[in-house]
Design a protein around this ligand. Structure first.
Ligand code: GLN
Length: 402
């Protein structure tokens, strides 16, 4: 018989060698292991709105239990189109421009698989939500990173250098991934910044893929602007959003991509063969969710602002430097005061010895050294959860710089 010994990598794709498992989701497992307060993965620990839970129960009871149309239940697509018009003034045809997916995570990877050829470049602002790196690898694209720089004064905004951004665009650029409000920095891109990005997209014939999952979670009078609403962008933008963050249902896995019809056709093909469809009864509940009154969104933003203002002072008291978020539900911090060589050692110490789980900053950077003195905390938690974390974090005050 031939030698059947199997090399460890024999059955594996080269692609999977090029990224690791999600650090964010690993931190949740560690939080469970050590009984730590989980301020790592961004999911709420409070209930979803009663109306939408009821709508989900009713859909199951009414036997909406078989496949929906592969690109999304009509009720939900109509509701998405209505909301995009109402909130951002963007006209969308629900028949030809929307693909409902299993979460915005699937919407992003389906989009990249639908638009990228091997060797295409995709521009990503860094720090970035960790999925975008593996998404680019899986779709054969080459990620090109452009830095978002932290402000000298933590109350100011993260910003990018216009020349650095321009230098990232050229012939092979297929797309730019935007995420506003931004995870992990809390930055909300301004109209002027979006116009600059628009001008470059038009000049270099580049697609904007914009993840707007935190659209409704904004603070301090900040305004969220969809790049698709800017002149010249509707025909070159894929807008990604979902139920998870706005309606506190991250486990439902319902998201969507809104794009011009020809791009939508391609996304729908990939989506169909990847997952066939998102959960049918939860899509009906999604249609009900998108019909909630404007006061729902106001109180969502207000309650998140109160949570931010609860956690940030506790972190500051424990000697974290906190970059004030204007949107989304994370606070990026600088951990210089604690004298740890890197963020991994620090978050390990935090979860094991202090009893709080956070995400090491390096998981948001291509080169881990750039995030070695940063750590992200999520504040999408009940006030008593935040207070318990705050109490535990005060133990760090006794920690002296080594
Ligand atoms: N967006 C969430 C975060 O950044 C997690 C999303 C996920 O784990 N799929 O923590």
């Amino acid at each position: 018989m031939a030698d059947v010994s199997i090399q460890p990598k024999h059955f594996l794709s080269d692609k999977v060698e090029r990224f690791t498992e999600s650090v964010i989701r690993e931190m949740t497992r560690q939080a469970m292991l050590y009984g730590a307060v989980n301020l790592a993965q961004g999911f709420p620990d409070f209930p979803a709105p009663a109306e939408i839970k009821r709508a989900a129960q009713e859909a199951v009871a009414a036997d909406v239990n078989q496949y929906a149309i592969t690109w999304g239940a009509k009720n939900l697509r109509n509701a998405i189109a209505r909301q995009m018009k109402e909130w951002q003034g963007i006209p969308v045809d629900p028949e030809t421009q929307i693909t409902v997916c299993c979460g915005s995570t699937e919407a992003m990877i389906s989009t990249l698989l639908a638009v990228c050829n091997k060797g295409d470049e995709v521009i990503i602002f860094e720090p970035f939500y960790e999925n975008y790196g593996p998404d680019a690898v899986l779709s054969g694209a080459r990620p090109i990173f452009v830095k978002l720089r932290p402000p000298a004064n933590t109350d100011d905004e993260w910003s990018f250098d216009e020349r650095e951004l321009r230098a990232a665009f050229h012939n092979h650029t297929k797309a730019i991934i935007l995420n506003t409000p931004n995870n992990p920095t809390g930055k909300v891109f301004t109209r002027a910044e979006l116009e600059l990005i628009r001008d470059l997209c038009v000049e270099f014939n580049v697609l904007a893929i914009t993840d707007e999952i935190y659209e409704h979670i904004i603070y301090d009078g900040t305004q969220h602007i969809s790049i698709a609403s800017l002149a010249g962008m509707a025909e070159r933008t894929v807008t990604i959003n979902g139920l998870s963050k706005t309606y506190s249902v991250t486990g439902w896995r319902v998201g969507w991509a809104v794009a011009p019809p020809n791009v939508t056709n391609a996304i729908r093909k990939v989506h169909d063969f990847l997952t066939v469809g998102a959960p049918a009864p939860l899509q009906e509940a999604g249609a009900a969710a998108l019909g909630l009154l404007p006061s729902y969104y106001q109180s969502l933003a207000t309650s998140y602002c109160a949570r931010r203002d609860r956690l940030v002072p506790a972190l500051a008291e424990a000697r974290f430097r906190c970059f004030r978020p204007r949107g989304a539900y994370y606070v990026m911090t600088d951990i210089c005061a604690f004298g740890f060589t890197d963020d991994l050692a620090f978050t390990k110490y935090l979860v094991k010895e202090i009893g709080v789980a956070a995400v090491p900053g390096s998981s948001f950077y291509h080169d881990p050294r750039n995030g070695a003195q940063q750590v992200r905390f999520a504040f999408c938690k009940r006030v008593d959860t935040l207070d318990e974390a705050g109490k535990r974090l005060q133990k760090l005050r006794g920690l002296r710089k080594k």
